[in-house]
Write a protein that binds this ligand. Structure first.
Ligand code: ARG
Length: 459
């Protein structure tokens, strides 16, 4: 048992803390990763206390110098973390008092761990969001490069996993570029709400001491300060919002990986993932498994779980700070770590793919995938679309019966189904022709895709 009297809050306690309670309530084993932010926040707070005359300049200098030493101790793995320290705030403060005695005890003036942890979380998350935004930029570039390299690769586009219409592989990759671009916007927007300075809220209602919150915000480069002390200590919306944004990102990655897994199977055989990004089977010597893609798909579940976790922690919490809020951290850290590792490895894997262009074209050319183009051809000849649909349906049924692709039909065959077919129908039948017919904005024609690539490059 640790004597409660040894704890910073031990004054009103006559019994020591039960050892199990100490272990159960401790968060130090995971929140110690916030040490840098905790110390950065404390330094800014100490500077403000001195500026306001709440502590003296020389006390502040001593506190700041010692906090910097503590930072070094932690970074160099010389800091002795104890389970009894409870959390990172207590561990740092305890060490500070150990080093400089009573002066160290002045740091926590006009501050509570409630606003301190809110600050640490915000400082931490704003850094990580910036890292993730940069990682997404890198992944977007990898997709864009692939799109540029595959501008001539025609593949079958699918709906319901059934061959639908031919598209360019470039167009497919740019679809993921668009998703990731929205993901980045969501993160940038989320960052606005993370980037708010809560210090000064203290336990829940502020302080009577004359502090300068705007000064702390300036030192820590926060564009905004929180406007309600009760909200400031109870708000974890920004955590939930970030995990939601992360859920969307990993959902997009997961969908991409699903395609990659299918496409690298022998059944599709559209793509080969480099040996260095696949793994083997311990029993079947011929196997090359897309484990990286599968794991990204699998890890999506963890992040969704973390989202459900934080939403559930927050639901029904009475105002203001409740210890339940300590449960915000592990899910958040896990989300950040999982997402960052997935973004990193996926970017590398994308650069290590080899597409079988000939096979993709062959697949795009079979299955009457240009039937819609034939119907549109008839629309151009004045046939109402519903009728055109019927005519081409019958035409395709005939082709299936005689086992011929559309482009092998003779003019006479076409005319049996509609007298107005002319020789120019042969410009509508191959997969390449079909792709290039869809020249609209957002379409899959080479012209449209190139235009989008140019636009993206000029952003
Ligand atoms: N470890 C706590 C957390 O993560 C810090 C705040 C604790 N505040 C308190 N009054 N016990 O939320």
């Amino acid at each position: 048992m640790t004597k409660s009297g040894e704890k910073p809050w031990g004054g009103r306690f006559s019994e020591p803390t039960n050892k199990n309670v100490e272990t159960f309530t401790a968060s130090i084993h995971y929140d110690k990763r916030l040490y840098r932010y905790d110390i950065e926040g404390s330094i800014a707070h100490a500077k403000m206390l001195a500026k306001q005359g709440i502590i003296t300049e020389s006390e502040m200098t001593l506190i700041v110098k010692s906090l910097r030493e503590i930072l070094k101790e932690i970074e160099q793995d010389r800091f002795d973390f104890q389970p009894g320290d409870e959390d990172i705030h207590m561990a740092v403060e305890k060490r500070l008092i150990e080093k400089i005695g009573d002066v160290g005890g002045k740091l926590h003036t006009a501050r509570s761990r409630n606003d301190q942890i809110a600050l640490d979380m915000r400082l931490y998350l704003r850094d990580e969001i910036k890292t993730i935004i940069r990682q997404i930029t890198a992944l977007k570039s990898a997709f864009l490069e692939t799109a540029k390299a595959e501008l001539h690769t025609v593949m079958p586009g699918y709906t319901h996993v059934q061959k639908a219409q031919p598209v360019l592989l470039s167009h497919y990759f740019l679809a993921y570029w668009e998703m990731l671009d929205r993901d980045q916007d969501r993160l940038k927007d989320c960052l606005k709400r993370v980037n708010v300075m809560p210090l000064g809220a203290c336990a829940l209602s502020g302080t009577g001491l004359s502090i300068d919150r705007a000064y702390v915000a300036k030192l820590l480069k926060f564009p905004k300060i929180s406007q309600n002390s009760m909200d400031a200590v109870s708000d974890r919306d920004f955590v939930a919002e970030f995990i939601f944004a992360s859920s969307m990102i990993i959902m997009h990655l997961s969908r991409y990986c699903e395609d990659l897994i299918l496409w690298s199977s022998d059944e599709f055989a559209f793509v080969e993932i480099a040996d260095s990004f696949t793994t083997g089977s311990s029993i079947m010597p011929q196997k090359k498994n897309p484990d990286v893609a599968e794991l990204i798909r699998g890890k999506t579940g963890r992040i969704y779980g973390n989202l459900m976790g934080i939403l559930t922690v927050l639901k029904g919490l009475p105002m203001t700070y409740d210890r339940d809020l300590q449960e915000d951290k592990e899910g958040l850290f896990d989300t950040v770590d999982t997402l960052e590792s997935c973004l990193e490895i996926l970017k590398e894997m994308v650069k290590n793919l080899r597409f079988d262009k000939a096979h993709m074209l062959k697949a795009a050319s079979s299955g009457y995938s240009t039937a819609t183009d034939v119907a549109e051809y008839l629309v151009n000849k004045g046939v109402p679309f519903r009728q055109a649909h019927g005519i081409v349906g019958r035409l395709v049924a005939h082709c299936v019966k005689v086992k011929k692709p559309l482009e092998n039909l003779k003019m006479d065959d076409f005319r049996k189904f509609y007298a107005g077919f002319e020789n120019d129908i042969y410009d509508y039948l191959t997969a390449e022709q079909s792709v290039n017919l869809r020249r609209l904005i957002g379409g899959t024609a080479k012209e449209s895709v190139s235009a989008r690539i140019k636009q993206i490059e000029s952003i």
